[in-house]
Design a protein around this ligand. Structure first.
Ligand code: SDX
Length: 431
């Protein structure tokens, strides 16, 4: 690969450096393109456009590779817990025992919400979408923790990150409790991250929810596998908002909104609805696949902008779902339907030609359902998992491009110069 790219416009040659990443990815650095040529590039959906360099996560979509700070995600199966991986993503290396304990203690110290925030939940209808509450309440943290606004120094940033990672769990639990008309359950400092979350979701004032190891490990792995995914829609949103020097809470609240969409994090809810419809209406999986091929339906949880081989997370979550159901002594007909859809689609030319494989959302809902988490909370759980990635990218953006606001260009296709017509001179239809 040469180290420059040559562009010829109107007979004039322009050279641009080719940047090569640590895994051999190549990018043409066009920072000077418009100044030199007057042209910009056009790439709707940014499928061919890099917005930044990043050292956090590496994906090779053709090989089905996903690594967090260089560590293949397969090595997190039955290994560290979610908070250790969160630390790795945010601070760039695995924490020492002391660092991990200190961070875990900070999470404990900040698990509670300001009592003033609790009253906000009462203002939401019980039917309010939990993602709307999550985004609103993460933003509201800016009102209760002004000391976290700028995160200039490492210690302030570290505390803001710990506060947010801890409180997102409490906000999610309280949103669920409010929707059920149940009393809020305070966090229990004796419990670690995942058991404490399940405690706040499912305990009663008179009955402490006991999370067994299998449930704890399944949810830890699910959160780890959602923790980062380089420049996906919601992470790019966090970086975009953070580039204006908006604070960490506001930037992550924007990430929640982007993740909500059914083409992104909202897909895990759509997968469950799809599997449930197939089950309830006795639709043959073969028939549903035909509907997806004809465009009448979408095989939710299938396909990915980057993975054109397989999504390694889908493989690990599929196995984790089997393990969890077996250990709980349960069968789930939706898992059987999912397996059948996968088997049919992976042999069908429509999906093979378009390189459509199960993605992270295809099996995650089966695990969450087995844990007793309601479908409308699935994307909230995705957000809890993705938060460390958002925080890591927000910080990297702040450190690498402190004062450079992200501002893409466009190709204008609207009216050329037009004069104003006074109302009296316009015809009645306004055409
Ligand atoms: C996530 O970016 C990330 O990293 C995201 C994520 C992360 O961790 O942050 O991995 C999480 O968002 C996973 C994706 C969850 N979304 C879904 O499962 C929704 C269903 N999948 C799709 O809508 C779609 O596959 C996307 C959005 C995921 C990817 O869309 P692309 O790459 O823009 O592909 P496309 O929409 O241009 O489709 C290409 C072709 C089309 O057919 P043709 O027009 O060529 O005939 O493939 C077809 C599409 O119709 N197609 C599907 C399909 N996905 C694409 N056909 C049926 N079922 C599907 N799921």
């Amino acid at each position: 690969m040469t180290n420059t790219a040559t562009l010829i416009i109107d007979g004039q040659s322009y050279e641009y450096p080719i940047l090569v990443g640590s895994e051999g990815e190549c990018g043409i650095d066009i920072r000077e393109l418009r100044n030199q040529t007057g042209c910009i590039t056009l790439d709707p959906g940014y499928g061919n456009t890099g917005s930044c360099t990043s050292a956090i996560t590496f994906i090779d979509g053709d090989q089905g590779i996903l690594r967090y700070r260089g560590i293949p995600i397969e090595q997190f199966d039955n290994g560290p817990n979610f908070i250790e991986v969160a630390w790795l993503l945010i601070f760039g290396r695995l924490p020492s025992q002391v660092e991990y304990r200190s961070f875990a203690n900070d999470l404990n110290a900040h698990a509670n919400l300001d009592e003033g925030m609790k009253h906000h939940f009462e203002g939401f209808p019980r039917t309010a979408p939990p993602m709307a509450i999550l985004s609103a309440m993460i933003n509201a943290l800016s009102c209760f923790h002004p000391e976290d606004q700028d995160c200039e120094d490492d210690e302030t940033f570290r505390m803001a990150a710990a506060r947010l990672i801890s409180k997102i769990r409490t906000i999610a639990a309280y949103a669920y409790r409010h929707s059920q008309g149940l009393p809020y359950i305070y966090p229990d400092h004796k419990l670690r991250y995942v058991p404490n979350f399940l405690h706040m979701l499912f305990s009663q004032p008179y009955n402490h929810f006991e999370c067994d190891e299998v449930m704890r490990d399944a949810l830890n792995l699910l959160l780890i596998l959602h923790a980062d995914h380089e420049q996906n829609c919601s992470t790019s949103t966090v970086r975009m908002v953070g580039s204006s020097q908006a604070n960490l809470f506001a930037s992550c609240a924007a990430g929640v909104c982007a993740l909500w969409g059914p083409l992104h994090g909202g897909a895990n809810v759509e997968v469950l609805h799809m599997l449930d419809d197939i089950h309830k209406n006795n639709v043959k999986p073969e028939e549903y696949v035909q509907r997806a091929k004809s465009g009448q339906a979408r095989l939710m949880g299938f396909g990915h902008r980057v993975y054109k081989n397989f999504d390694p997370r889908a493989k690990m979550l599929g196995a984790a779902a089997e393990r969890l159901l077996t250990s709980l002594g349960r069968q789930d007909p939706l898992l059987d339907i999912a397996r059948k859809l996968e088997e049919i689609a992976l042999q069908d030319p429509y999906f093979i030609e378009r390189k459509l494989y199960p993605n992270v959302d295809f099996y995650s809902g089966i695990i969450l359902r087995a844990l007793g988490i309601p479908t409308n909370m699935f994307t909230v759980i995705f957000a809890i998992g993705r938060l460390p990635g958002w925080i890591a990218h927000w910080r990297e953006q702040q450190q690498l491009m402190a004062n450079k606001i992200a501002r893409p260009r466009q190709i204008y296709t609207g009216n050329v110069k037009t004069d104003y017509t006074p109302m009296a001179n316009r015809n009645s239809t306004g055409a």
